[in-house]
Design a protein around this ligand. Structure first.
Ligand code: SF4
Ligand code: SF4
Length: 384
């Protein structure tokens, strides 16, 4: 295992994300059912014994069972040999009214009297108002806990848009010691992870990675493409390429992988024995293969179309979400849409074509919005 220096700490470059652990009962909720502690315990232990010292959980993971599992597992090892990260559940507006109750419950579940890394969970369009509400004082309360030594390092995670992250940073960026974003070769473009990475590094905030393999979507590209990768790196799995791509980024902190099987743990530990970033020719090949996964609408967010729209639809935002929805019509899209006035949804488009006429990229916006609306209509509702 190789390590990242963070202040006076050595953090394992691979962090164990306790969010996709094996489960006892499958359910279709966003964060999964109760943990199969027997299987998951062996996986966490193997990781620990092989040098992983960073374990990431959250209030909601596995419907609350992940924090309990993480606390039980880590308490078997000396407290000064591991770091635990958990998060304030601001993704769920029903849970944010009593920060002390939530935070104390988390300490109890984790069996600790301090949390090493504590994050504001998923800064996004739906919670940016309460997160930045001085009257509510969520950030102030948590800063107080840091002052009292019950939080060692304070940061945030975000699936939100870049303007939302900017707003959060303008509110409390000087207090943020690290930030966790969805970062991989696909989201570099699809979710503007590049813009987010640049924003954070420009402000001197180290970047932690989540979804490095995009929930497994970057672990295989079909027999032909996999063979091309294998030809260049015969001893590495296809998943390893996702990590090797990340290693080309200079300001990278801990990479969190939500591992579900022991095979994934073993493979990832092998990959993280030493960094070996992709060489330019490898990177070029890899990015071209990843690029085949989704046929991106090439909106440059120039906004020339926006003043033309009689329905005041935020067209570039809609096209960004449309790109994501065509790949995975999941909670990222639904949450972002829930924060947008329904009068400005794709369903409001009257197909006047005025946007299309001025678009330098010649994007058929009304057609995209029509298709986006069909995807949204077919996507089952989620508990956001
Ligand atoms: S086609 Fe739709 S999105 Fe484009 S300007 Fe007209 S109403 Fe707005
Ligand atoms: S004019 Fe075209 S490229 Fe520019 S924001 Fe609108 S859709 Fe995107």
């Amino acid at each position: 295992m190789h390590y990242k220096t963070f202040k006076d700490l050595k953090l394992s470059a691979l962090g164990f994300g306790n969010m996709r652990l094996p489960v006892l009962v499958e359910d279709n909720s966003q964060f999964g059912g109760p943990v199969d502690a027997s299987k998951a315990g062996k996986m966490n232990e193997y990781a620990y014994e092989n040098g992983v010292n960073y374990f990431d959980t959250a209030y909601g993971y596995h419907s609350g069972d992940s924090e309990l599992f993480t606390g039980r597992t880590l308490s078997r090892f000396p407290r000064n040999t591991w770091h635990v990260a958990t998060k304030f559940p601001g993704y769920d507006l029903r849970l944010i009214n009593d920060p002390p109750k939530t935070f104390n419950e988390q300490l109890r579940k984790l069996r600790v009297d301090y949390v090493d890394f504590y994050l504001m969970h998923n800064v996004s369009e739906t919670n940016i108002d309460p997160y930045t509400d001085k009257g509510r004082g969520i950030v102030d309360y948590l800063l107080g806990q840091k002052k009292a030594g019950r939080i060692r390092h304070f940061g945030f995670s975000a699936h939100g848009r870049i303007d939302t992250i900017k707003r959060f940073l303008d509110f409390c960026g000087s207090e943020m010691e690290f930030a966790q974003i969805q970062l991989n070769s696909l989201d570099w473009f699809l979710q503007d992870a590049k813009g987010k990475y640049d924003l954070l590094t420009a402000r001197g905030i180290p970047v932690w990675v989540m979804e490095p393999v995009r929930g497994g979507r970057l672990s295989s590209f079909g027999a032909d493409n996999d063979a091309k990768l294998k030809a260049l790196r015969p001893n590495e799995s296809v998943s390893a390429w996702a990590f090797r791509w990340l290693e080309t980024l200079p300001a990278l902190g801990v990479v969190l992988s939500g591992m579900t099987t022991m095979e994934q743990v073993v493979d990832n530990i092998e990959t993280f024995k030493a960094p070996d970033p992709l060489k330019p020719n490898e990177k070029e090949l890899y990015e071209s293969i990843v690029g085949e996964l989704v046929d991106m609408i090439p909106c440059t967010a120039c906004r020339y179309c926006c003043p033309e729209c009689p329905k005041d639809i935020d067209i570039p935002t809609m096209l960004t979400l449309y790109n994501e929805a065509r790949f995975v019509p999941g909670f990222v899209v639904l949450r972002a849409m829930s924060a947008i006035d329904p009068e400005r949804h794709p369903s409001a488009c009257v197909e006047c074509g005025q946007c299309k006429d001025v678009c330098p990229q010649k994007i058929d916006v009304p057609e995209c919005l029509k298709h986006f609306r069909e995807i949204l209509d077919k996507t089952p509702p989620m508990n956001l």
